[in-house]
Design a protein around this ligand. Structure first.
Ligand code: FES
Length: 575
């Protein structure tokens, strides 16, 4: 039966040869006529991969989405997209986030879908999906894979990454024996799902929910919990309704939605990576998100989620405490409650009745863990276009610090020298690493939690001020200045820092200053030469030729868009 309102009918509804071909070939999969004729076709973009452990259960999630699509009268077609494995993919998944977004966008644009369900999980797969779906702008809804169950090391609860970095330092300092270190390896990842602290995956799942792109409650349901499968089925039902309502990402991901997401990021002590991914997603729908907006909202938004690495608990506890709906309900006075969401209702309507079940995990707004949000934006002559620091995961005694730089010209240089007993370093020094930005890394790797030199670890030093143009894992902690822009590889002032220069960090004043006279910096600049390109062919060259700096989300210049630009979904012209 022809349904002229559906985009998919350009493929399946025609009476000409093309219509015959499209129907004949889909029937090769064993579908009967009435399985797809006249029904909305729902693409299920699946970033499942056995090489991405965080997403390895998404085939099961997809089956439950399909159940919902069938029940609502739609026709589901699951399709693969690139998967980005944070632990296994080298040199860094961030190098490939934009590539994945292009894969998602072009699959949505070129295939006969009326609506799309986006299945993601591991860090970069969520922003890449949202970027691609925003650019394609067909009705879209997301299900993330959910966090793992809490890690257990004996009777101690341990969180992905966060506790690993801590134990690694203990091991390096000789305070953890070899046997315990080996035992620890099996204790962190004991179920399906993504990292279960408020790392980048949990943060970006929370951003997707705050933006209104998931059903309420999606972000925190643990991966193995049956409620995630029930939510997946409900999502499958809902996308069919969204197609009928023509509810597209451009109607949901508005400026108000992004401001809501930034507020939530600040309130949950979210990953610094959100400060890169949100501008990239917003750039696809023509919404500018300057770093100054992040800092303004950070100053006005209390920190209320007591979850590692900024707090005490894990994502499982966060779910039992009410999850993101409880946070949103708490924050409503600060949010744009009328922002539309995939449910067809407003954000405020979605969280009506949501309550906090454990006020030690999600604390009241009037008794916050911190008066300000998790992340701050720094300015100064060392970072003319800004830098990022997660104050809730930093050491209070280092938030105002002045010290002489110990400079590493690259990650390679750092690995070669940082543990050298002869390295001239003490806990007052500022560790600086160059060539970690989008072009320098390349791909802006998560190198920003520079290792504390082993000789200082053995003296009991646990944190130092560290400065780089790299990112840091959302699971990490420490007084780490990140995303320094412009990056050193393009000649930002970070490129000019030398051993012994004095650097001043003043977080309350939002300042990062290199105390070197302008004339001396000009002299050094005249001597500076850019590093040779890391790639001269292939995708790597495309990346180097087009990647933007961190404040623009490290997206490609040619992928940014917005209303009025050529971003309509493709439709066959002849059928
Ligand atoms: Fe995938 Fe941490 S490794 S979310």
């Amino acid at each position: 039966m022809m349904n002229p309102r559906l985009r998919s009918q350009h493929w399946f509804g025609g009476t000409d040869l093309n219509g015959f071909l499209h129907r004949a070939w889909i029937k090769a999969e064993g579908f009967a006529d009435d399985a797809f004729q006249g029904r909305p076709v729902i693409g299920i973009a699946n970033s499942w991969s056995e090489a991405t452990n965080c997403n390895a259960h998404l085939r099961t999630v997809a089956e439950h989405v399909k159940r919902g699509v069938w029940r609502a009268g739609g026709f589901p077609l699951e399709f693969p997209v690139i998967s980005l494995s944070e632990p296994l993919m080298k040199p860094t998944t961030m190098l490939f986030r934009n590539l994945m977004s292009m894969d998602v966008e072009e699959c949505i644009r070129s295939l006969p879908f009326d609506g799309v369900v986006l299945l993601s999980g591991c860090d970069k797969t969520t922003p890449a999906m949202l970027m691609g779906a925003a650019s394609a702008d067909l009705p879209s809804i997301m299900v993330t894979g959910g966090p793992m169950l809490r890690g257990m090391f004996g009777t101690e609860e341990v969180g992905s990454g966060t506790d690993l970095w801590r134990y690694w330092d203990e091991f390096r300092a000789g305070r953890l024996d070899e046997e315990s270190w080996c035992e620890l390896e099996s204790c962190f990842s004991r179920s399906s799902g993504h990292c279960m602290v408020m790392g980048t995956a949990s943060t970006m799942a929370s951003m997707a929910e705050s933006l209104g792109m998931t059903l309420p409650g999606n972000a925190a349901i643990p991966a193995p919990d049956s409620r995630r499968l029930a939510l997946s089925e409900a999502t499958g039902k809902r996308i069919v309704e969204m197609v009928a309502e023509d509810l597209r990402p451009s109607r949901i991901m508005t400026r108000e939605a992004f401001e809501n997401a930034i507020r939530v990021d600040m309130a949950i002590g979210g990953s610094t990576n959100a400060i890169v991914h949100l501008p990239a997603i917003a750039g696809r729908v023509g919404v500018p998100l300057p770093l100054s907006l992040f800092d303004k909202l950070s100053r006005e938004t209390p920190f209320i989620a007591n979850v590692r690495p900024s707090g005490k608990y894990l994502m499982e506890d966060f779910f039992y405490a009410g999850g993101l709906p409880a946070v949103l309900a708490q924050l409503l006075p600060l949010l744009h409650g009328g922002a539309p969401t995939v449910t067809g209702r407003s954000l405020a309507e979605n969280v009506r009745g949501a309550r906090v079940r454990n006020s030690d995990v999600i604390v009241p707004l009037d008794r916050p863990l911190g008066r300000e949000g998790g992340t701050v934006i720094l300015q100064g002559n060392l970072c003319p276009d800004g830098a990022v620091l997660k104050q809730t995961a930093a050491s209070p005694h280092l938030l105002r610090h002045r010290g002489r730089a110990v400079v590493f010209e690259s990650k390679h240089d750092l690995m070669a020298r940082v543990n050298d007993p002869a390295l001239d370093v003490d806990e007052t020094r500022v560790l600086v690493q160059k060539l970690g930005g989008p072009r320098g890394g390349p791909g802006m790797p998560e190198w920003g939690q520079l290792p504390i030199p082993e000789k200082l670890l053995r003296q009991g030093v646990k944190d130092m001020v560290r400065v780089s143009d790299a990112r840091m894992s959302g699971t990490s902690y420490g007084t780490c200045v990140l995303h320094v822009a412009p990056e050193s590889a393009v000649g930002g002032p970070l490129a000019l820092v030398r051993n012994g220069d004095e650097i001043e960090l003043d977080v309350p004043a939002r300042r990062l200053v290199l105390h070197v006279p302008d004339e001396e910096l000009a002299r050094r600049r005249a001597q500076w030469t850019p590093p040779p390109p890391a790639f001269t062919r292939g995708y790597g060259k495309l990346y180097l030729d087009h990647v933007l700096q961190a404040p623009d989300g490290a997206d490609f210049d040619f992928l940014r868009g917005g209303p009025g630009q050529d971003w309509k979904p493709y439709e066959p012209t002849s059928h």
